[in-house]
Write a new protein. Structure first.
Lengths: 381, 381, 381, 381
């Protein structure tokens, strides 16, 4: 009988980064792939992942509506609760042999907790990293609920083992999203970029910036002020810019309000705003960008391989290993502006192998197909 | 302004074991004590904790109904989800400075997760222990969400630090429930024991057994068969016995069904069944018992200090430090019976200080009142 | 394309009473039958409806765990909320053309509300009756959310039309549970009755009573005292009795506590207690019983056709049409005792056609298959 | 002891329309006023009702986060379920003697159901009206759960009685929102209108239109196309316009998307968009408007008294009594445009007393303070 592997997708970026793994799982003869889509991934105004998946030949086995309006900490906490209750029902009906979750968003803790309580082994991708925000706590809590660990680098692998996990079940196969970058020759076009999104046209055959700055959940109340520093810097630089809308998280409403108010009252006519872009186009854009600005993890991971210069703002990526392409700055217009100028002057970097390994997706799929499963965890001294 | 400390109670035994700490928190001048009662603690047929608390002079600031019927894994998982959503609402209204949770039941993960998402520091009592069942995963996941740790022994303290917690925030003040035993001269009387509960009268001035065997959540489907081995052993021994009803957990319905069916169809007229007993009477009973049989943590912790001989059955307490008073056996009538006979022959043990320290409750309360609080966690290498 | 008819089952008795309809829906060539089972129907200790259904050749398309522990009004209200949220998810996935609900339990309002919000037409069986408890409000609220009405008698049909429903969509085909009684020659045997349940053996070849008394949700706080009057009456009469355990509802814990305490402290050794009995055996038992005592609707409906003498206690069935077989009494030991004695003296009644019509189930199924569906309701003056 | 009256507010417009009643309840000496705020009323981007209330001297006793993201039928249905569960907890803690709900939004059914299950009498304002959308079903279902009815006109009063309600508990004191209009001399200023909202400046000292068009929940999938007809008409007319953002409801995302896309791609530089406006300014604006366009109930009720010409589009207000000020049209650019031109030509109407009575708010408050309360409903033939 085929092993039933249930893959959980809870955001657009999560889908993008997992596509190679999904493909390997789908073509593995010993695996029956189940896909559960929940959280912001089913909300159309955050990018329609369901149609995207369908276009890519994947079937959604269950859809979970769980995201409470509010964009604050309370909404996030209650959403996680609703999600835990809903994932339980779904897993109880699908009866998977393994549930696979990825990274550290709050929906991920819901899914991992549901599976663990139902005695279904949990596989966790990207554990052991260190960052800021509530993600830092969630990621390690998921590690302690999970049975199989796919870290993206050796330092993280060692951390997971140090936390008491069985080293036979902790793997470092590299980061699947970097394999996607390495295997493909993604390109973004002016035509496409200026078809999606709103705001000014941007010519990406010339020099341009990308901005992707998400709220920091442990800095509630300050996210609007923080985004305004970036807005001011971009406003003053007048360099053509592609700006990505923030993820849903506690604090999203603060960031969104900051951007909306600035857009209404100030001139940002060199900026194009985009809510969702397929991963192929995002990588294409990243490869040609003069600088990526903000606090996206793509600045740490994907950019280490594409060599894109990054200005990383604030605390969200604190603790993650960095390649040579990154300059860290605080929430400060002047610092941000100067760092962008410095990065433009310095130019593109060499590809780093900090997070990249060939064969990531296949190694993960093969392991999921063949590893001996267990339910009762026990701390390894 | 006083620091608002919110103490979460989710089961009868949890209340019993926390009473000294609650008293210290209540009399500390720098603390405003909030108490939230949820889970099985508000269900009358599991022991009426609300009236008990009131009798002891404590006020319930919020009551949370969250326990789904079913007694299986699905009910447990969904209950945790409902709880996460409800605790979020309650904490958002009470706005505590610290939320205090204890041990490793599933409701505890709900409360800790809610507080962490709301950026409220979490204090966790009894982290770092090792046991079986899903409690093992939940306990360590709570550790990774918590900011202040009160372990009950040094081995557990070291484990918590090894998991990446800041050693300045990890304390070993001993186990509060043992301090309660040490400070009081609890006594159980025939009159009281035969007033509560159902079944036969038991004379506790003569030799008697206690049985307390809870379901093992990772052994769903086998809990009925496992309890039947114990029932058979007790049935054959014919020694007067006080039997405690199991906690609500996945698998409770299996255990309950096993006991009910045995009681209807076989003769257990030397056994008295009790659903809830106040902690004072429980300890009084434990001190005089010939043997405690089952898998209760009171066999590991309280009994180490009272010196009560224990026959510990199965995997639920795997990994916990043991004093000299314990004999471990499998789910097997013969093994159980022989171990009980052996323990009766051997008799009472010396008090061990494995889990006991003087001043536990006061040290915890003082620390909660004075320690510098923080929100953003970061893994200590 | 076949019309997808989704039938909702939320209690054991609901399943029993709907079996003929389910069979007609299943064999209708224009219908694809979907069955959703939720509420107490999935709780094993209230009777295992899922296995029963499977044995009868029906498939459960979705299972909904929604029942909160507590047995009080709060648990009932929150259960309805959880149910509304869960039914929504299930209907959104199953995409039925019509949702069929029956009667007036709180889970029924959840299912009808979910369907109505999702723009799925709702068919309601047994609307327009008048009774006591919260059921009275729930039944009429469901009528105002429903699009197709299958009442069981003409008085109820007229009431539904008076409430503003379109008379073309309000039918009286009689009560399906009476058709089941009419079509079958059900028999209960001593062997079976004394195999299930607990307590004393009862010889049903001689004279015996049946008791079925549920809590009244609008009399919270008085249900224990009320059941005690019945217990006292049965205790004094000493006639062999088969006693059915109450449904889950607000107040169930009061009734259950009353029965349990009486059983522990007083002598009821002429009584057998049964939690669940298949409908066939129940009807078999009802046909031979000397008197049915309590407040079950089977005393009003089924007994009108079987002619069984009934002592109906209290307010729960207030307002329902009665045949000649019923004597109404208050919550009073003396009244109950005397009425039972009087009914035994009077003996069996003629079958009444008050609620019975031939062809009920087939008429309902045919209507569901062929009627023109609509979504937007509008009050008919 | 004072009677505890708990008033439920679930949207900005609901607050606005209830202010006079809240004031009367607050100053009544026999009443202790409790206010519960939930649903979209606590979402800042739909207008910050909490600060507004505070500014008006009211205290929020409990805040309920319940609104699921999605803007579709599923989100609405699940939101109602979450709300039912949350209102139950809140009412169980506040223990009101009466819960007051108003109108027909989905959150209102949640609150009424929660109260009814908890045996708390429900008072319902604005029952018995007839309209389109799911509101039609919800309004009448709430009537069947409610114990006291405050209708706004005699036709509605008769309908409520016809549905089986006790006429001693069904009152027509007129519409409180019209009393507010009658008692005050509200004025809107250019300064204020052009301070709030986004888009072009509008000079309200000259002729202007107002647009307020909400989604129709039973026309899911067509709401975007429908709003586009209105957008085209307004676009062609080029008359200065104040456009109000739609309420949260199933279909809101369709309407919002239609407006956003039109705004990005077409020229609407004679239009100002407003998300929330206090009731005083709204009425001020309504009194001076040349025409109110859309499907807001303020076109039916408030405008009957202010005499504002109204072009009512589509089915949402079907069945409501109309004064002379209304022209009804379909979802059709041409019809809408011609009707607007016709209404401008005809000009302002006389005040109608169709929905207005003096003393509405005081009569409601006095009745709530003094009426004999009851719990068990029973259908009046």
């Amino acid at each position: 009988m085929k092993r039933k592997i249930c893959f959980v997708i809870t955001s657009k970026i999560h889908y993008s980064r997992s596509k190679l793994i999904l493909e390997e799982l789908k073509k593995n003869k010993n695996i029956e792939l189940q896909i559960v889509v929940g959280g912001s991934a089913i909300l159309e105004h955050y990018g329609d992942v369901l149609s995207l998946m369908e276009g890519d030949g994947f079937k959604c086995d269950a859809k979970i509506a769980m995201t409470l309006e509010g964009g604050d900490s309370l909404a996030m906490a209650k959403t996680a609760g609703i999600g835990l209750s809903e994932f339980s029902t779904v897993f109880d009906n699908l009866k998977p042999d393994v549930v696979v979750v990825r990274a550290d968003r709050y929906e991920v803790l819901s899914a991992a907790t549901a599976a663990a309580y139902l005695n279904i082994p949990v596989a966790h991708i990207e554990g052991g990293d260190i960052t800021g925000t509530i993600d830092e706590s969630v990621r390690h809590a998921v590690t302690k609920l999970a049975h199989i660990h796919f870290t993206t680098n050796d330092i993280s692998r060692n951390r997971v083992i140090k936390m008491g996990e069985n080293s036979d079940y902790v793997f470092n196969f590299g980061a699947a999203e970097l394999e996607m970058v390495a295997l493909n020759d993604f390109e973004a076009t002016n035509e496409y970029i200026n078809y999606i999104g709103v705001g000014s046209e941007v010519d990406i055959d010339k020099s341009y910036l990308m901005v992707s700055q998400h709220p920091v959940t442990t800095e509630i109340g300050q996210n609007r002020r923080n985004i305004e520093e970036t807005l001011e810097a971009i406003h003053e630089l007048k360099i053509p810019t592609v700006w990505f809308w923030p993820n849903i998280d506690a604090g999203t409403s603060e960031v969104a309000k900051g951007i909306r108010a600035f857009r209404e009252n100030r001139n940002l006519d060199h900026v194009r705003f985009i809510k969702y872009i397929p991963p192929e186009e995002y990588i294409g854009l990243l490869k040609k960008a003069s600088v990526l600005v903000g606090n996206s993890s793509s600045g740490i991971k994907e950019s280490s391989y594409t060599g894109t210069p990054v200005v990383n703002i604030g605390t969200r990526q604190d603790g993650r290993m960095r390649a040579e392409n990154i300059v860290d700055v605080g929430y400060n217009k002047k610092e941000i502006k100067e760092a962008i100028e410095k990065q433009i002057a310095k130019g593109k970097n060499e590809a780093s192998n900090l997070y990249y390994q060939p064969g990531t997706a296949k190694n993960i799929a093969d392991t999921l197909a063949n590893i001996k499963l267990y339910t009762q965890k026990s701390f390894k001294e």
